[in-house]
Design a protein. Structure first.
Length: 461
């Protein structure tokens, strides 16, 4: 093994590192690639990096950031310990590494906006900091900040060499931001380019650029191209299925394409194989499952058994109520879908109690939970009680500002579909028709759109 001075050792992008161990640096770079391509898990590479240099903070930070992104109680607890350990090593870290420590500390405290400001400042000085781009994009997505998902990689990309193994990943981030900003043709073009570049770089293996695949998928969904979307995902399947943490979410998208075609049988087949039971291993997958099952439920498909099994596997812990508004309303979907209204009411009550705590005001989730999360969950409860008019009014108010809930346009479409379903049973069907009009002008009419038109008693060409 060849060591270099910690004053001069740099990574492959020219960024100074707080280690003198080339072995540690190489393993950390391997972990970074695994994180950005969503390869199985970076933990073995991170463990090797720590063994090569136990005094280097960055592997601990990589692990902490990875765990915070999983949004699981055990992982959040582990992240706190990792950040404390990294803090004890901060004196040897570079200024850039200390900035990551500060950002992750703010993130762990729930101060997401503060973390993102740190990463933004860091990227102005170090536009090739792939880790800052990756983490900022992940949390922009959680916040539904489509402008930042587009603009942040746009500021950095011209500083990158397209021969860099991570360039396709960064281009994929940009493509997804473009899709969320409704620049759909360019999003698809750059998503395809990112995958082609990755394939050129690693001709002996399938291209692994999940955000690029995801970007093209979203562009097709937002244009009503459900058959093209299904074909696209199947064409790219070798690069996103085996050994990738993005697989479950892309199976979810494939099921959505089947629902857009009103192929309920096809969607249920995908659920049975990839999106239920033992296939659900962490909270993000459970959120996807709840959203998918609910889409079927509002289409009058019997999914009670799926919801009951989901709730047993997920078992959200009471102290997590109110941590993240986006997760909270999916928890309520799961509880209502399983027929557990009292449990859902208890969850909403705990979320409301958390919003009232003085210390919650510092958390980025606070205003969203108060202004959108609670009204949305209360509207869902009203619908479950048969109070359709109140539910429609509540859902419509949330629909107007749904982007603040986080996630993507595709995810938030669930609010619109729920509203149309409840409106059809209410004395306010004109509100449902207004949303149907939005849908008809946003993309070509699909079989699913015709389903909603029929339910609302509207004839469309």
């Amino acid at each position: 093994m060849t060591n270099a001075s910690a004053e001069t050792l740099r990574d492959s992008r020219g960024l100074r590192l707080g280690t003198a161990s080339r072995a540690a640096a190489d393993r950390a770079d391997e972990a970074l690639w695994q994180m950005m391509t969503f390869a199985d898990t970076p933990r073995l590479a991170l463990q090797a990096a720590r063994e090569a240099d136990a005094g280097w903070a960055l592997p601990l930070l990589l692990d902490a950031g990875f765990r915070l992104g999983l949004n699981q109680p055990d992982d959040r607890a582990a992240a706190r310990e990792l950040l404390a350990s990294a803090g004890a090593l901060a004196s040897r870290a570079t200024a850039r590494e200390r900035a990551h420590l500060e950002a992750l500390t703010r993130l762990q405290e729930g101060r997401v906006a503060a973390a993102l400001r740190i990463w933004d400042d860091l990227l102005l000085e170090h536009p090739r900091d792939a880790l800052a781009l990756h983490w900022a994009h992940q949390w922009d997505h959680a916040r539904g900040d489509s402008a930042s998902m587009r603009l942040r990689p746009a500021r950095a990309l011209p500083e990158w060499d397209d021969a860099d193994p991570l360039f396709p990943c960064v281009l994929g981030l940009y493509a997804f931001g473009l899709a969320e900003g409704h620049q759909l043709a360019l999003a698809e073009d750059l998503g395809r380019r990112a995958i082609a570049l990755a394939q050129e770089q690693r001709a002996d293996a399938p291209a692994r650029v999940p955000w690029a695949v995801h970007a093209v998928t979203h562009a097709m969904e937002m244009q009503g191209r459900f058959d093209d979307g299904a074909i696209w995902l199947r064409q790219q399947q070798a690069g996103w299925t085996d050994g990738t943490r993005f697989a479950s979410h892309l199976w979810w998208h494939l099921a959505l394409f089947r629902l857009e075609a009103l192929d309920v049988t096809g969607a249920l087949r995908l659920i049975d194989t990839h999106l239920s039971g033992a296939a659900l291993t962490h909270g993000l997958q459970c959120v996807d499952a709840a959203a998918l099952y609910w889409r079927l439920r509002v289409m009058d498909v019997e999914v009670d058994a799926l919801f009951k099994d989901l709730l047993q596997r997920w078992s959200p812990e009471p102290e997590q109520a109110g941590v993240h508004a986006f997760t909270d309303w999916h928890v309520v979907l799961a509880m209502l879908g399983a027929g557990e209204r009292a449990q859902a009411e208890g969850w909403v009550a705990r979320c409301a109690e958390r919003v009232m705590r003085a210390e919650e005001g510092a958390r980025s989730n606070h205003a969203v939970a108060r202004d959108l999360g609670l009204p949305l969950m209360r509207a869902l409860l009203a619908a479950d009680r048969g109070e359709h008019d109140a539910a429609v009014r509540g859902l419509y108010l949330v629909h107007e500002s749904a982007a603040r809930l986080g996630g993507s346009h595709v995810r938030r479409d669930l609010v619109a579909q729920t509203l149309m379903n409840v409106a059809a049973a209410s004395k306010l069907p004109h509100i449902g028709r207004a949303l149907l009009n939005e849908r008809c002008l946003a993309k070509p009419v699909t079989p699913l759109t015709r389903h909603w038109a029929g339910k609302l008693g509207v004839a469309i060409a």
